[in-house]
Design a protein around this ligand. Structure first.
Ligand code: NAP
Ligand code: GDD
Length: 335
């Protein structure tokens, strides 16, 4: 019989790639989605439009224990990938309360239900490099101490500890990925890479003339989401649950990404980019760079995408959507 997977956050960037990966592997794929999404599929299910006839969607909200319980009882999954979260760091400064509530209680609800209904189900928690925050060493490994800098980061540390505690206290096969930033043409428009590539496409299409950005000096370790969901799956195929850093091992500044993307468009970014102090965060994570050695050694996983081809792929997809041609993006076809 096909293995059954339940993905929370299936409508998001990672959820959509993971669903495709699991379908290709022969899984029966189920997703927990908010009722509003089911009621507005044209807008809110766009990332999974092409697989809608092959996945099973169930209405539920992370904040509601009964709704999570109901979905688990219906699906009885073999594997659960818990990706749903308020994932925008910047917004977590505007609304700490809802971020902490959704991300911490949501993870707690999922784990508590899993333990009650399907204790043999393998569990993946979407941890984040934001947990390292004000980094205490370079590069960051599974042993680096956490020092989160936002409610979002704090919520991910709490979720990570909950997953570890369920593993140690109740024997749940719970693994956490400490994933560094990963992007794609499906990235939300609010995140900096997509804001940049979609902004350039608008400029080329004559629909915009300015791109307002915040801190260009921040450095991130950027990979491709399609590569990273494969690491999630590999974690749940291990005999023993564990925690893994998933990263490229390279760090680049936002400024470098700006120059790369504007370079493809043959535009001088200085004519278009305006620094807006309002977009700076109250506490910034200045630099992130992960050491993926453990994932490489134990999972046989490594990042397959360079930043250059990632930026090219994203820009091309945004330009295609507006009917604009960019000469050469060196990116692979949009995944
Ligand atoms: P995303 O595109 O923002 O997707 C978030 C998903 O969570 C969406 O499907 C969203 O549903 C769902 N969601 C949010 N609140 C919910 C609620 N109250 N109840 C049910 N569903 C809810 O995020 P992503 O980039 O795919 O990231 C996936 C996970 O990995 C997140 O937990 C994120 O924090 C974590 N992470 C991401 C990265 C990265 O660089 N992408 C790195 C490290 C960790 P709607 O469509 O209804 O809004
Ligand atoms: N969003 C945004 N918008 N960020 C900007 C802007 C802007 O206009 N200008 C500069 N930045 C800087 C931010 O200050 C930050 O240092 C960096 O660009 C990246 O910001 P985001 O793309 O919003 O991502 P993030 O690093 O805060 O968070 C993402 O990665 C985490 C893993 O490290 C999210 O996907 C999180 O969910 C994820 O956990």
């Amino acid at each position: 019989m096909n293995r059954r997977a339940l993905i929370t956050g299936i409508t998001g960037q990672d959820g959509s790639y993971l669903a495709e990966l699991l379908l290709a592997k022969g899984y029966e794929v189920h997703g927990l989605v908010r009722r509003v999404a089911l009621e507005d599929p044209g807008h809110r299910l766009t990332r999974i439009q092409s697989i809608l006839d092959r996945v099973h969607l169930h209405a539920g909200s992370l904040e509601s224990f009964p709704s999570v319980h109901q979905v688990f009882r219906t699906v009885e999954p073999d594997e659960c990938y818990h990706l749903a979260a308020q994932s925008f760091v910047s917004y977590s400064f505007d609304d700490e309360f809802s971020t902490l509530n959704t991300n911490i209680n949501g993870t707690h609800h999922v784990l508590a239900v899993l333990k009650d209904v399907v204790p043999k189900c393998r569990f993946y928690f979407a941890g984040s490099s934001e947990m390292f925050g004000k980094v205490e060493e370079m590069p960051q490994t599974e042993r680096t101490r956490f020092h989160p800098r936002s409610a979002y980061g704090i919520s991910k540390v709490a979720g990570f500890e909950l997953a570890r505690n369920y593993r140690e206290a109740y024997g749940i096969h719970a693994s956490s990925g400490i994933l560094f930033n990963h992007e794609s043409p499906r990235r939300g428009y609010e995140f900096v890479t997509r804001k940049i590539t979609s902004g350039i496409a608008r400029i080329l299409a004559g629909k915009g003339h300015e791109l307002r950005l915040g801190n260009l000096e921040a450095r991130r370790d950027w990979g491709h989401a399609a590569d990273y969901v494969d690491a999630m799956w590999r974690m749940l195929q291990q005999d023993e649950p564990d925690d893994y850093v998933v990263a490229t091992g390279e760090t680049h500044s936002v400024q470098e990404f700006v120059e790369l993307a504007f370079g493809y468009a043959k535009l001088d970014y200085r004519k278009y980019v305006t620094i807006d102090p309002q977009l700076y965060r109250p506490a910034e994570v200045d630099v992130l760079v992960g050491n993926p050695d453990k994932a490489r050694a134990r999972l046989g996983w490594s990042s397959q995408t360079t930043l250059k081809s990632l930026a090219g792929e994203m820009l091309k997809a945004d330009c295609d959507a507006l009917g604009v041609v960019v000469a050469e993006t060196s990116g692979a076809a949009p995944r």
